[in-house]
Design a binder for this molecule. Structure first.
Ligand SMILES: Cc1cc2nc3c(=O)[nH]c(=O)nc-3n(C[C@H](O)[C@H](O)[C@H](O)COP(=O)(O)OP(=O)(O)OC[C@H]3O[C@@H](n4cnc5c(N)ncnc54)[C@H](O)[C@@H]3O)c2cc1C
Length: 181
């Protein structure tokens, strides 16, 4: 669907022997180490999704100001201007949320839940904002003349990889309930 620069394939390991000096961390600690790597990955995905949403918003704003229909720029219609306002609110929320998580990580504090929240908020924002950008461009948004349709396709996978957004909810709720039980 998108992400054409990323070749997707599967790898299988069978009877692989790894010498002791090649171990990452201590024996038996593989899963926690792998899960910690996901926290950083989720922050990266949140940042990328925020950029994607910002790109789509910038395109939508510029197009809405330029495109004249029925004698005036389409941005002069409140129905469309309010859509742009909602898109801006979603982008700002995404940026604030992932920067909060990034600051926790920089400070060496636990970041798992915040990284999952950032991934969830930013990627859902990216999906919504890029879809709305296609709408703002109307028929032109559906064509490959503008990057809006590509932004929309690229946004979809951010809700899926590095743990689907259903799994983010699982991570967040488990951590939340552990803390308050
Ligand atoms: C372009 C691309 C690049 C990728 N790159 C990588 C990579 O670099 N490294 C890597 O390891 N993986 C990578 N993946 C794989 C990706 O991480 C998985 O596709 C993703 O984690 C979902 O797993 P799955 O496809 O097996 O879906 P499934 O686990 O089969 O899930 C299918 C659906 O069921 C839902 N679901 C499953 N379990 C639950 C549950 N307990 N509660 C609620 N809903 C649930 C899921 O949210 C999803 O909607 C990549 C995938 C793509 C498309």
């Amino acid at each position: 669907m998108g992400l054409h620069c990323d070749t997707v394939s599967q790898i299988h390991f069978e009877d692989v022997e790894v010498s002791g000096d090649r171990l990452v961390g201590a024996v038996g600690q593989g899963l926690p180490i792998a899960l910690a790597a996901l926290d950083s990955g989720r922050l990266g995905i949140a940042a990328a999704a925020t950029g994607l949403a910002q790109g789509a918003l910038d395109l939508a704003v510029s197009y809405a100001k330029d495109r004249v229909q029925f004698g005036r720029p389409i941005a002069d219609n409140q129905g469309l201007a309010f859509l742009l306002a909602d898109m801006e609110a979603a982008v700002m929320s995404a940026r604030a949320t992932y920067l909060h998580a990034a600051r926790l990580k920089d400070a060496g504090r636990p970041v798992g839940r915040a990284a999952s929240v950032a991934k969830l908020i930013a990627t859902d924002a990216a999906m919504r904002v890029t879809t709305d950008a296609v709408q703002v461009l109307g028929g032109a948004g559906y064509t490959t003349d503008f990057p809006a349709e590509r932004y929309m396709r690229e946004a979809k996978v951010t809700q899926i990889f590095e743990g689907t957004n259903q799994i983010q909810r699982l991570v967040i709720s488990r951590d939340l309930l552990k803390e308050t039980s």
